[in-house]
Design a protein around this ligand. Structure first.
Ligand SMILES: Nc1ncnc2c1ncn2[C@@H]1O[C@H](COP(=O)(O)OP(=O)(O)OP(=O)(O)O)[C@@H](O)[C@H]1O
Ligand SMILES: [Mg+2]
Length: 372
C-alpha cells in the first residue's frame, strides 16, 4: 500500500468523503465539462480548487473523483513527491490496472515490467508512464498543492524535474483524455505559476466560497435524520445551529459530530440535548481554531490578535510587515507572515491583497488573546 493511501481509510471510514455531501453543483458541472472537453480537444487540461482551510476542498475532490471513476477514468492520486519520482508514479498509475495490460511502446506486459522496475532507468520509467497515461483517460489528483511553494522544500534539480513533469502533462496531446485536478489554499495558483503552470481557464479554476444556506441546512438535517428520523423539532434545531456554523464546511462538521455523539446517548430531540450539541459543537470549533495556532507561542498569538484588530478587511502584505516589524515578535517578520499563509489564516485575493480567511477565527483570536 502506498504511504499516502493509508490515511484515506481510517477505521473503515473514508476520511476524504463527506458523510452527507451537499452543494457545489456549479463546480461539479464544470468538472464534468472539463473531462469531456479534454477528450474532444485531445489535449490535457487542469482543474483548480482553491480555498481557505476547512472550506471543503478535499470533500469536493472526492466527489470529482467519483464522477471521473464513473466515466471510466483512471484516477491517480499523487502527492508532491510523486511529481519528481517516476517509480512512485508508475505504481500509482498501475494500481488498479489489469496486470495483463500490454505496454505497446515497450512491447512487454505490465506484470513483467513491474517485476523488472528496479533495473529500469528514470528515462525508461518516464517513457512508460507517459504510454500508460495515454492509453486511457487519466486524472492526476494533487491535494494540498500549496505545499509545493514551501520555502526550501526542493533542491533546484528537483524543482527542475517537477517543472518539466508539469509542463509535459499540462499540455499532453492525447485523444483519450487527460486532466490534472489541483486543490490547495488560496495561494495555490501563484505557487503553480512559479512551477510553470500559468494558464487556467476561468471556468475551471475556483475560489471556493462558503456553502449556500440550503446546503448547510441539508447537511445538518441529514445528520439528525440518521439518528432520529422525521422528528418535527428538526427545523428548529437547525435554526439554532446555523448561526454558529457560518456556512463553513469544517464548522458544520464540528456541530454534526456533536449531533452524532449526543444523539447516540439520548435518541430524543429535547431542549437539553440541543444545548449539549451546541456546547460540544462550540468546543470542537474552538479546538479547530486553536489547532491553527499550534507553533505560535503565547506572545506571538497576542501579537496576532492585535494585528487582526488593526488590519482593515482587505490589506496588503506591506501593512502586515510594517505592523509586525514594530512588534517584539519571537519570530522573524517574514517567517511570521509565511506562517499565516501556510496555515491559511490569510487569504490571498485575486488582486494580490489579503484578507482573513475565516472571519469567525478573527473573533475567536481577539476573545482568546486580545487582552481586555
Ligand atoms: N459540500 C459538503 N457537504 C457536506 N460536507 C462537506 C462538504 N464539504 C466539506 N464537507 C465536510 O467538511 C469538513 C471539512 O471539509 P474538507 O476537509 O474537505 O475541507 P478542506 O478545504 O479540504 O480543508 P483543509 O484546508 O484543512 O484541507 C469535512 O469533514 C468534510 O467531509
Ligand atoms: Mg483538505
Amino acid at each position: 500500500m502506498l504511504k499516502s493511501d493509508k490515511k484515506e481509510i481510517y477505521f473503515g471510514i473514508e476520511r476524504d468523503k463527506a458523510r452527507y455531501f451537499h452543494g457545489r453543483k456549479e463546480e461539479l458541472n464544470h468538472f464534468r465539462n472539463l473531462l469531456n472537453e479534454s477528450k474532444i480537444k485531445g489535449i490535457g487540461s487542469s482543474f483548480l480548487i482553491q480555498g481557505a482551510p476547512g472550506i471543503g476542498k478535499t470533500a469536493l475532490i472526492h466527489e470529482c473523483v467519483g464522477i471521473a471513476k464513473k466515466s471510466k477514468w483512471n484516477v491517480v492520486k499523487i502527492n508532491i513527491e510523486t511529481l519528481s519520482n517516476p517509480t512512485d508514479l508508475f505504481y500509482r498509475i498501475t494500481k488498479d490496472s489489469d496486470p495483463k495490460t500490454y505496454i505497446h511502446a515497450q512491447k512487454v506486459d505490465l506484470a513483467l515490467w513491474k517485476t523488472e522496475l528496479r533495473t529500469k532507468t528514470k528515462e525508461e520509467i518516464n517513457y512508460v508512464n507517459e504510454e500508460l497515461i495515454k492509453s486511457k483517460p487519466t486524472l492526476l489528483v494533487l491535494d494540498e498543492t500549496q505545499n509545493l511553494g514551501i520555502d526550501g522544500a526542493f533542491s533546484n534539480d528537483k524543482k527542475g524535474e517537477i517543472i518539466a513533469f508539469l509542463e509535459k502533462f499540462h499540455n499532453l496531446k492525447t485523444k483519450k483524455g487527460f486532466a490534472f485536478l489541483f486543490a490547495g489554499l488560496s495561494n495555490t495558483k501563484d505557487v503553480l505559476k512559479e512551477f510553470g503552470i500559468s494558464r487556467f481557464n476561468s471556468k475551471y479554476s475556483f475560489n471556493l466560497q462558503p456553502l449556500d444556506k440550503e446546503s448547510e441546512r441539508a447537511i445538518i438535517r441529514d445528520w439528525i435524520n440518521e439518528k432520529v428520523k422525521g422528528d418535527e423539532a428538526i427545523e428548529g434545531w437547525i435554526d439554532k445551529i446555523t448561526p454558529k456554523t457560518y456556512q463553513w464546511a469544517k464548522h458544520i462538521t464540528s456541530y454534526c459530530n456533536a449531533i452524532h455523539n449526543q444523539l447516540q446517548k439520548v435518541k430524543k430531540l429535547s431542549k437539553e440535548t440541543l444545548q449539549n450539541v451546541l456546547d460540544e459543537g462550540d468546543y470542537l470549533k474552538k479546538d479547530y481554531y486553536s489547532q491553527r495556532c499550534v507553533g505560535l507561542l503565547r506572545e506571538d498569538r497576542e501579537i496576532l490578535a492585535k494585528l487582526v484588530q488593526t488590519l482593515p478587511n482587505v490589506f496588503t502584505k506591506t501593512q502586515v510587515i510594517d505592523f509586525l516589524s514594530k512588534e517584539n515578535s519571537l519570530l522573524e517578520t517574514q517567517k511570521f507572515f509565511d506562517f499565516l499563509m501556510v496555515r491559511g489564516i490569510f487569504h490571498l485575493g485575486i488582486d494580490g491583497d489579503f484578507s482573513i480567511s475565516m472571519p469567525s477565527f478573527k473573533t475567536w483570536l481577539v476573545e482568546q488573546y486580545g487582552g481586555e
